[in-house]
Each structure stands twice: as C-alpha cells, then as structure tokens.
Design a protein around this ligand. Structure first.
Ligand code: GLN
Length: 308
C-alpha cells in the first residue's frame, strides 16, 4: 500500500493545485491550493499515508456521513419521514427541489437533508450535546482526543450562511425541523467546521468498510444494515450532481466536502481519505478525485467487482 500511495502521489504531481478553492466561506479561501494528502486505513486499523496526510483541514460535508451514522442509530428508520434517500441531481445548496417536494429534502447528504439530520441529532437536547456526540464518535474511532471544531471556520460560515438559512427556514415552514432554525444551523456550521487530517478521517470511518464494526477493536459502531445503507446513500448522493461521475470513475461510495476532502469506502478492504483544496464545479476535490481514480486503477477495488 505504501508503494501504491507513492505512485498515486507521483501521478497527481502534474495536476497539483488544479481546481478552484471554495471562497463562499471566507475562512476557507485562504487555504494553500497546492496541498495534497492521501491516507488509507486497513483492516487491522493501521493507517498508510502520503503527502500532507497528517495536516488538518475542514471536513465540511464529510461530517454529514457521521451525523447520519449517529442519527440512524438514534432514531432508526424514522429519519426517512424527514428526509428522502434518492439522488438529487442538483447542487449541494439547491432550494428549487425543496419547494417542489413540500420541504422534504431528497437525501441526507445535500445541505437541506444534512440540516434535517442535525435537527434529529439535537432532538430534545441541545446543540452542544449534538456536537459533543459527533466529536466523541470521531475521537473514539480515530483514537485522537484532540479532534475539535475550528471555531473560526464555523463563525465565518455562520456570518455568510444565508443560503443555508433559507433552506432551513423553508423546511421549518413545512414542519421538517423540530428545533429553532438558528439552533440547528449553529450545530450544522460547527459540524462542517470540524478539522481533521486524512489519517484521522480514514481511521474514523473504518467501520463503514466492515459492516459497521471497527475491525481492529471489534466494536459495533453502527448496525450492519445501517453501514450498508450509509454506503448506498454515499454512492448515490455523496457528490451531489457529480455522484454519477464519481461512481463511474471510482466505483466506491464516497463523500466530498468543500474543504477539498473526499472520504471513500472500499468494503472489506478499508477506507480512503484524500485532500486537495481545489474543487470542480460540483464541489468535489478535482485532484482528490484524480488520485482516487488512480488508486482504484492500481488496486482493482470497486463495489461493482468485489474481490475476496
Ligand atoms: N458547510 C458547507 C455548506 O453548507 C458544506 C458544503 C459542502 O461541503 N459541500 O455550504
């Protein structure tokens, strides 16, 4: 695996810095676009990495996978009363579909759907407890108690998050959100602002590659059927209107974030995290996707051609 990652690093070198760094969240605009890191967490829990794989970045929408994991365990199938599980074919922050579909978001990985999931994670509790549960999951699974929210990024998004406020208020009028809009958004902006490295992210998500269990400790993080369902939603919805392209090129469930991270799951093998801040038009890391494409080329991994 170390040789494969070195080969991936060499392959992306001519492309380093490609794509456009997200600037609609001002605190993300100043990230160095030439950064690149990749990590793979294996079936024994060991992490292999190359490039800037120990550098922390803003996980942004990758957080939606972990809040969905917590909520599926917490409220079970009742979450599907609040949010659908169909691909949207639309941008991550689209509002038009919400109106046509009576305020119920298409899936839990677009912004509207993730805001609805965070509302369920808060439940009758408070926003701090919801973020506390998310951080507890990430810290326990990655074995690093230092993982935390970058409050500067959270404040930057809160100050400029008019579109997410529109989505949330719209859902509120349809009774999708139980809590107050600003309470839910406060938690949502903070979950997106969690800072993690590729090493931590790949390790934290390892349960998704092993039917809900952390393969190193044997701990059940989510029920096996939930792990499979989360992977299916990632496969079909993880990259918004770019999900088909990602499935076609990479063939693994994945989730992008506008911080330039991508998490990908190779069931039975392990998890991959890649980071390169430049994005394509759909908000997926341009060089990150190239790197994953190269990696599956070298390993032969695909959910469409499972290998023992
Ligand atoms: N925090 C970002 C937003 O809500 C997350 C979007 C993303 O990573 N695709 O706009």
């Amino acid at each position: 695996m170390d040789d494969i990652l070195a080969e991936v690093l060499a392959a992306i070198e001519p492309h380093r810095g490609e794509g456009k760094v997200a600037d609609y969240i001002p605190a993300l605009a100043c990230v160095d676009p030439s950064k690149f890191g990749i990590a793979f967490a294996d079936a024994g829990g060991a992490v292999h990495g190359a490039g800037d794989f120990e550098a922390a970045f803003s996980i942004q929408s990758i957080s939606k996978v972990f809040t969905l994991s917590l909520v599926l365990e917490k409220v079970g199938v009742a979450i599907w009363d609040k949010v659908g599980r169909e691909p949207s074919g639309s941008a991550f922050n689209s509002i038009v579909q919400l109106e046509r579909e009576d305020g119920r978001p298409r899936n839990p990985l677009i912004n509207a759907g993730a805001i609805a999931v965070t509302d369920q994670l808060i439940g009758a509790g408070d926003a701090d407890a919801a973020i506390g549960a998310l951080l507890a999951l990430l810290r326990a699974r990655s074995g690093d108690a230092a993982i935390s929210v970058d409050e500067e990024v959270a404040a930057s998004e809160a100050a400029t998050g008019s579109r997410n406020r529109s989505l949330a208020w719209f859902m509120k009028t349809y009774g999708i959100l139980d809590n107050e809009v600003e309470t839910v958004l406060g938690a949502y902006f903070r979950q997106c602002a969690v800072a993690m490295s590729c090493r931590q992210l790949a390790r934290a998500a390892l349960f998704l590659a092993f039917d809900g269990r952390d393969p190193a400790s044997g701990a059940e993080v989510v029920a096996w059927h939930n792990a499979r369902r989360i992977n299916s939603v990632m496969m079909l919805c993880g990259h918004y209107d770019n999900s088909g392209e990602f499935a076609y090129r990479i063939g693994l469930p994945g989730k992008s974030g506008v911080g330039g991270g991508i998490l990908a799951v190779a069931p039975g093998h392990g998890t991959l995290a890649v980071w390169s801040p430049g994005l394509n038009a759909s908000g997926t890391s341009a060089v990150g996707a190239l790197a994953l494409e190269k990696l599956v080329d070298l390993t032969g991994w695909s959910v469409f051609a499972p290998r023992p």
